[in-house]
Each structure stands twice: as C-alpha cells, then as structure tokens.
Design a protein around this ligand. Structure first.
Ligand code: ADP
Ligand code: MG
Length: 276
C-alpha cells in the first residue's frame, strides 16, 4: 500500500508578538491509503496545528509534508492538495456558505471548475451518501448539528478527495448527531476506501480505528492499534487522557480483584468476558 500522507521531520512554530512558540516538534508519520487513523491528545498538544499543515493552510517551519507525493510547500499545487485532502472542522456553522443545502455542497465542485452536469451528479451522489438527499432544498440553519456536519462532509466528498481530515467534528454535537457523523465517516472509509484522519477527544470514537496516534506537546508519544494503546491505562492517565469507558471499567474491576481481561474496549467484549 502506498503512503498517501508522508510527514517528514515536521516542526511548526507560531509567531505571535514577535515570539516563536513551537506547536509541532519534529513529527514523522506515514499514513497508508485506506487507513483509518485517530489522533488523540490533550488540549494544546498540536492536533489542530498538524491537521492544518496537512491541508496546506499552514506550511511546516521545518521538514516536509507530502499528500499523494505533492509537497504542501509547492504553492502552485495548493488546490490539488486541498482537493486531495479535504478538511472538516469542529463548528458546523462556520463551514456552511450557502443558503440551501444542495448549493452548499456544489460550492467545492464549482470551484474545481467542473461542468454543470458533473456538478449536479456529484452533489446528488454526495448528498445520498451522507443521507441528506431528501433535505437538499432546506436552508442549512434549520438542520441539526449532526445534519450540518453531514452536509459539510458531502461538500468535501463531492470533490472526490483521497483523504478526509476531521478536526473534532463531533465536539459540538449531541450523542445522536455524533453517531450520525461517525457512521458516515466509517462508511466513507469502508465503501469508498477514503483515508480518514480523525481528531477526537471521545475515546469511544477511536476504538474501531486501524491506528491511534497520541500527541503531547507537539510530539507523537504513542501510536498503535487501539487495543495496544488503550490498555496502557496508567500511561494515558499520565498524559491527561481517558480510555474508553469499558476499558476503564475493566481496569477498575481488575484492580478490585475480579478475574477479567484487561484489554476490553467495547460493551460486547465486556459482556462476553463477564458471562464466560
Ligand atoms: P490542539 O488542537 O491539540 O488543542 P493546537 O494545535 O490548537 O492544539 O495548539 C498547539 C499549540 O499551539 C498550543 O500551545 C496553542 O496554544 C498554540 N497555538 C495554536 N494556535 C495558535 C495561534 N494561532 N497562534 C499562536 N499559538 C497558537
Ligand atoms: Mg484542536
């Protein structure tokens, strides 16, 4: 499998009032096409800064990032990068530009200069994919948070990206909105083989990832399959992070002397473990 995202020794510094502050500190990371990666980390650990570097909103101060082999520092390729690596942000209200759902989804493909027939086809397909086709004529402000985020995702997938970067897309949603968005992301990964880079502080959302990456102070401090990461409960606690609720419960029960596996991630696994 090819590395659709290559991050080579990347550092990034913000300059504020003449002072430099390092937000990314020598990060290297390769992500394969079709991979589902979840990034977790305490507030201020550099997750958003990294995501903006992936999408050429920011350019590394040191090192290089390649999306499909294109260096994000190549100014002539900014639109190729933004088309290949689409980004969804936390606040659904800041991402919707039009007054009707289908016009909003058409915005990206229009900017790619596609012909009207192709735009119409992509808008239709994308809205159907995220389950928002029936609401295509609605004004976005009447939608729920979860619906708005699905419209934002439709707007990105209408540009046929290879990678979807989501920076805490569920942080402002209620539980049912969160579920809608997570199911949409999973479906994109499974059915369309779109590479997913999902930043979240909900540990349950990381359980099904191929790989979990933990950031701290601008560095990658842990990475591996979810089970390998989340069973290191003490280490995660030291980093100020939670583990999935069932993992925490198993950890506490084991501490109380119950004979239970310590690598439980889900309710189903807990049930099997307790009933066997
Ligand atoms: P996270 O998304 O993990 O919460 P961020 O990438 O937003 O972390 O922030 C990483 C570090 O960079 C923090 O120390 C934060 O204060 C700093 N930072 C973020 N945005 C800016 C900015 N626009 N100007 C200066 N410093 C910033
Ligand atoms: Mg952030």
């Amino acid at each position: 499998m090819d590395n659709i995202v290559k991050i080579d020794n990347v550092s990034f510094e913000y300059i504020q009032d003449g002072l430099e502050s390092k937000a990314l500190d020598n990060i290297s990371l390769n992500i394969k096409r079709g991979e589902f990666v979840v990034i977790i980390g305490h507030n201020g650990s550099g997750k958003s800064t990294l995501s903006k570097n992936l999408n050429a909103i920011f350019k590394p101060t040191k090192g290089n990032i390649y999306i499909k082999g294109i260096n994000t520092k190549d100014d002539s390729k900014v639109w190729d990068i933004r088309q290949s690596a689409g980004m969804v942000f936390q606040n659904p209200d800041n991402q919707i530009v039009a007054t009707v759902v289908e016009e909003d989804v058409a915005f990206g493909p229009e900017n790619l200069g596609l012909d009207p027939g192709e735009i119409k086809k992509r808008v239709e397909e994308s809205l159907k994919f995220v389950g928002m086709y029936e609401l295509k004529n609605k004004p976005p402000h009447l939608l729920s948070g979860g619906q708005k985020q699905r419209v934002a995702i439709a707007g990105i997938i209408a540009m046929k990206p290879d990678v979807l970067i989501l920076d805490e897309p569920t942080a402002m949603l209620d539980p049912s909105g969160r579920k809608e968005v997570i199911n949409t992301i999973k479906k994109l990964n499974k059915e369309d083989n779109i590479t997913i880079i999902h930043i979240t502080h909900f540990m349950e959302e990381a359980v099904d990832a191929d790989r979990v990456i933990v950031m701290e102070k601008g560095k990658i401090v842990m990475q591996g399959p979810p089970r390998e990461i989340f069973t290191q409960v003490e280490k995660l606690k030291e980093l100020g992070l939670d583990v999935p609720f069932m993992t925490e419960l198993a950890y506490e029960l084991k501490k109380e002397g119950l004979d239970i596996d310590s690598d439980i991630l889900t309710v189903d696994e807990m049930v099997i473990n307790l009933c066997q």
